[in-house]
Design a protein around this ligand. Structure first.
Ligand code: SAM
Length: 247
């Protein structure tokens, strides 16, 4: 059985897509989609030999070799320009996902959808999308086995009526609180419009972490550390204000 997280990602992949799953590990996502006839072909990319071999074994065992090509290589280097319509990158940090997209830009022409699931650092992904004319069309959040995951789906700006300007336009949340672009890149423009219980839970946990870091920094007497503490203090204040406004 697929995890709830991978199942939710699978649901975002349009029927009949040619997909590339980058960092595919055991190739569970493309296998699941191929077995159900939901994709016309897949490339499962892996940079590490162990996961690459696991993916190759999975595809062999499931007799899906005619639909899924398992390839060893870094990020988007495993695909040719124009080879796929949809790219999924899941289960790694947001900074790494953004770096993979940045390094593989020449492979993105012709790609009509990116489905990205950063484990942490979602703002790196949103920022990369914004700076490269991809428009977020959906944000989802789920909790599974005590972990919270976000799934970000984006399309090229020319494929949607929505513009990044509209998506990230400053929004008044409540008395004196405005969500500017920076705040939306961190918290998520759709989540801010329709915050779910899981999203509130995520940010309460993030606040706990930030408060712990602040506490550690407060014990230091170094000037540099104290200014970091002040930055965290203002981040905490800002997040708390937003949460209070939306609740
Ligand atoms: N995508 C699967 C999922 O969401 O369940 C597997 C996630 S696994 C935690 C992350 C995988 O990404 C690892 O197997 C790792 O080898 C691979 N990976 C990390 N950096 C990569 C890169 N630059 N290119 C391709 N794969 C990469």
């Amino acid at each position: 059985r697929l995890s709830k997280r991978l199942e939710m990602i699978a649901k975002q992949v349009p029927e009949g897509s040619r997909m590339a799953d980058i960092g595919s590990d055991h190739a569970l996502l493309p296998s699941y989609l191929a077995e159900r006839g939901k994709i016309s072909k897949a490339v499962a990319g892996e940079v590490n030999l162990g996961p690459y071999q696991a993916a190759a074994k999975q595809v062999r065992d499931a007799v899906l070799g005619s639909l899924i090509d398992v390839r060893l290589g870094d990020g988007l280097a495993v695909i040719q320009p124009g080879e796929v319509d949809v790219i999924t990158i899941a289960g790694m940090g947001g900074a790494l996902i953004a770096a993979i997209l940045e390094a593989g830009q020449d492979k993105l022409a012709g790609v009509s959808m990116l489905i990205l699931q950063p484990n942490v650092g979602e703002s790196f992904v949103r920022t990369w999308l914004l700076e490269h004319s991809w428009v977020l069309i959906r944000e989802q959040i789920l909790e599974e086995d005590g972990k919270i995951y976000e799934i970000l789906t984006a399309v090229p700006a020319q494929h949607t009526e929505l513009t990044n300007g509209q998506l990230y336009e400053s929004r008044i949340l409540g008395a004196g609180i405005t969500a500017n672009e920076e705040l939306q890149l961190k918290l998520g423009p759709y989540f801010l419009q329709e915050p779910s219980a899981v999203w509130f839970h995520k940010w309460k946990l993030e606040l706990d972490k930030l408060e712990m870091i602040r506490g550690q920094l407060a014990r230091s007497s170094q000037q540099e550390t104290r200014s970091k503490e002040q930055l965290i203090e203002s981040e905490i204040k800002q997040i708390k204000e937003v949460l209070a406004c939306l609740q």
